[in-house]
Design a protein around this ligand. Structure first.
Ligand SMILES: [Zn+2]
Length: 499
């Protein structure tokens, strides 16, 4: 009897060895990334997480076994999955990114020109090694007698797959928020979003003014607590701080932590309407109020807010084929020129400026003369940088913002007619909090963006009540859903009831 089993084991051994090695490779290249950044202390912690990883990988092993039974299906499906997953796991390893709907949205809606800039040398090497490993697996699989031991293995393999659902039922999220399952969950979330529709017909709009020139600046990735104006211990806003008429909010909060979700919230009545999935664009109302609307953007537009931008009368995109991740992207300063010519054209207009702002890679977001804090970042690979370098570079982008907003105000000050500038950032940035960086994740550092207003003398004289109301609120805790009604009120526009 013993001999019989030994003989049997000998025959199925190659299949066992293949699957052990295959699973070890998957742990190294994919699954392990979800555990790599878990802060662990002591033997007990490590043991618990090791068992967790083994349990999760066992469920994956079941799937891999079933897949491996079919030669060509395995070749094609496994290759596609393995290489796609390596794309996610690299970022999970190197930056501890969270794979959520937000990230999938970023991947799906990012244009190829932007994606190219994400390829760093470590990323490239990681992929080369992954390809070599893939070829090794495929060769081995080709030589293997795949069906050997089928009757022994198939039942446990299916049982392992079922184990995933049993565990998930017992404790929701025990496996599904980790690699490889989180990608599937995130994809599902992404496609499940209710379709976003813009209201075409809006109630009559009443405008209380014939002359008002407004510059509305949509910032990018600027944290309120890194503004000198808000009491940050570094004077990142030397020019604006010298002005006595700046109103800066330190307690504006947002729940939207990426541009793609934040802009639709700021630029529509999303949070004020009862009709889910059908919103009114700010610009539709402003157009009906007789304003000329122009969008000047320094970012490649994303699917989520493109329809809103298109409700502007005019759209000017500077450097339109390069976006936030580009390395030789135009500075925001190039948008000052179109502002100059536009201001001369119309007495009643709203100009929106969409900045690239303080988006990573920070060093390409400001001029040398704004490099107030050093040493700065010198590598794209975040784990190789010090916290000080990252924050210095980030703060230099804020110094540039100070210059940029001051330039806009200087232009508006020359206007005879009432004018104002309103600046709001779409979200903040994680600067090392909890060992994390950048945005598109979940962290409080992302939820308190900068919000700055400036009113001209003539505006203050025409609308003293509006300015006082803005001043009184500046220390209150408010959320970004106030921006839409605030802007309409400052533009002296009333929308009839009964949407
Ligand atoms: Zn953004």
């Amino acid at each position: 009897m013993l001999l019989y089993w030994m003989e049997k084991l000998k025959r199925i051994k190659p299949v066992i060895v293949f699957h052990l090695v295959l699973n070890a490779i998957i742990v190294v290249f994919i699954t392990g990334a979800s555990y790599y950044h878990v802060p662990l202390e002591g033997l007990k912690d490590h043991a618990i997480y090791f068992l967790h990883l083994c349990a999760l990988q066992s469920t994956v092993a079941g799937i891999l076994y079933v897949l491996s039974l079919f030669k060509w299906t395995f070749r094609v499906v496994f290759s596609i999955l393995f290489l796609s997953y390596c794309g996610f796991s690299f970022w999970a390893y190197s930056q501890d990114i969270s794979i959520t709907r937000s990230l999938i949205q970023g991947v799906m809606e990012t244009k190829p020109d932007i994606a190219i800039d994400l390829i760093t040398i470590p990323y490239f090497i990681f992929y080369l090694v992954a390809i070599a490993v893939l070829i090794f697996i495929l060769n081995w699989h080709g030589r293997l007698n795949r069906r050997k031991g089928f009757r022994i293995f198939i039942v446990p393999a299916v049982a392992l797959i079922i184990m995933f659902f049993v565990f998930e039922r017992k404790q929701y999220g025990i496996f599904k928020f980790r690699l490889p399952y989180n990608v599937v969950v995130a994809l599902d979330d992404y496609y499940e979003q209710p379709p976003f529709k813009l209201e075409q017909k809006i109630p009559p709009v009443h405008s209380g003014t014939d002359s008002l020139k407004v510059v509305f600046v949509l910032g990018e990735t600027v944290r309120a607590d890194h503004l000198g104006l808000n009491g940050y211990n570094r004077n990142t806003t030397p020019l604006l701080s010298q002005r006595k008429d700046i109103i800066s909010y330190s307690n504006l909060f947002t729940s939207k932590t990426i541009t793609a979700t934040s802009l639709p919230q700021i630029l529509t009545d999303q949070l004020l309407t009862d009709t889910i999935g059908s919103y009114t664009s700010l610009y539709s109302v402003v157009n009906d109020g007789g304003f000329k609307t122009t969008w000047i953007g320094n970012q490649t537009m994303e699917k989520s807010y493109l329809p809103i931008v298109e409700t502007n009368r005019d759209i000017i995109l500077v450097d339109k084929y390069k976006s936030v991740f580009s390395f030789d992207k135009e500075l925001d300063g190039v948008m000052l020129k179109p502002i100059d010519s536009l201001l001369r054209l119309n007495d009643k207009q709203l100009i929106t400026i969409h900045m690239i702002g303080s988006h990573w890679w920070y060093e390409n977001r400001y001029e040398d003369r704004h490099r107030k804090f050093t040493p700065v970042i010198d590598s794209k690979y975040i784990p190789s940088l010090t916290k000080e370098q990252v924050i210095n570079s980030y703060d230099n982008t804020v110094v540039y913002l100070d210059y940029f907003l001051n330039e806009i105000i200087t232009r508006l000050e020359k206007e005879r007619l009432p004018t104002f500038m309103i600046y709001v950032s779409d979200h903040g940035e994680i600067l090392g909090e909890g060992g994390k960086w950048l945005h598109a994740q979940e962290d409080d550092a992302l939820k308190n963006p900068g919000y700055i207003l400036w009113f001209s003398e003539s505006f203050r004289q025409w609308y003293p009540g509006k300015v006082t109301a803005i001043e009184q609120l500046k220390n209150s805790e408010i959320t970004t859903d106030v921006i839409y009604p605030t802007l309409l009120d400052l533009l002296d526009l009333q929308v009839s009831e009964g949407k």
